[in-house]
Design a protein around this ligand. Structure first.
Ligand SMILES: [Zn+2]
Length: 244
């Protein structure tokens, strides 16, 4: 008898395919009943839920604050929680203001390739870079800061934008025996997506909790990000699939 693994079931769910399980056809709606219970080898990674990325901040993601209650609700289901913070130096290479002729959301060429230029955001030690007050994660074990190299941006929580400078997160998770990561936070199409793809390429089973994320969607970047994540083997789920 062929038995679908949870992972394959979810992939089928994503593709909208009707699955055959033990001879019975299941529709995607029926497959939705499947749930995930994070174990001691799972970690929730909460990405960049900082003042800068919610309305009122310097680089706000539309509806960004809506992820906070979803993440707070999910947290008790996880034994392991890691938080990331974008943590830039002043006049960082990713800021449009660092160039005489550039405006935010234009691009420039850096040593490692094309870089989108952002408004100044998440400068180290500022209130703008602080975690959103309402985020309630007292059991979080680690805060990873990224983007602090003056000349390199860092969307991913694993590798900076030159694709070779590690943040140390992979080593931390592997030393702790973590094999599955669940991603939530901001923004879906940049820091969440890059983190998800790097996690998959680093050998983790990766779930992105869609309703616990919000995107920027710059020139179609959100659809492109989901496409790239799916190709990398990332599993797209909703928070309602997770039980303690
Ligand atoms: Zn940044």
């Amino acid at each position: 008898m062929t038995r679908l693994s949870r992972r394959n079931t979810l992939k089928l769910l994503l593709s909208g395919t009707t699955a055959i399980v033990a001879g019975a056809a299941l529709t995607p709606r029926q497959l939705l009943a499947d749930t995930l219970s994070p174990d001691t080898n799972s970690a929730l990674i909460v990405i960049d839920v900082q003042n800068c990325f919610v309305p009122g901040g310097t680089l706000p993601v539309a509806d960004g604050k809506a992820v906070v209650p979803v993440i707070n609700h999910l947290a008790p289901a996880f034994d392991n929680i890691v938080i990331t913070q974008d943590w830039h130096t002043p006049e960082h290479a990713s800021f449009a203001s660092s160039y005489d002729t550039k405006k935010p959301f234009e691009t420039t060429e850096l040593d490692y390739g094309t870089q989108v230029l952002w408004p100044d955001h998440c400068v180290q030690g500022t209130d703008d870079a602080a975690l959103v007050d309402e985020l309630d994660l007292p059991t979080a074990e680690l805060i990873v800061r990224k983007g602090y190299h003056q000349h390199i941006d860092s969307y991913s929580a694993f590798f900076e934008a030159d694709r070779k400078t590690p943040t140390g997160l992979q080593g931390y998770l592997k030393e702790r025996g973590i094999t599955s990561v669940y991603l939530a936070g901001l923004a879906t199409d940049f820091c969440v997506a890059w983190t998800a793809i790097d996690a998959a390429e680093s050998g983790f089973t990766v779930y992105v909790i869609e309703d616990a994320c919000r995107g920027i969607d710059l020139n179609g970047s959100l659809a492109k990000a989901w496409d790239a994540m799916t190709k990398a083997g990332v599993i797209r789920i909703q928070s309602s699939s997770i039980t303690a």
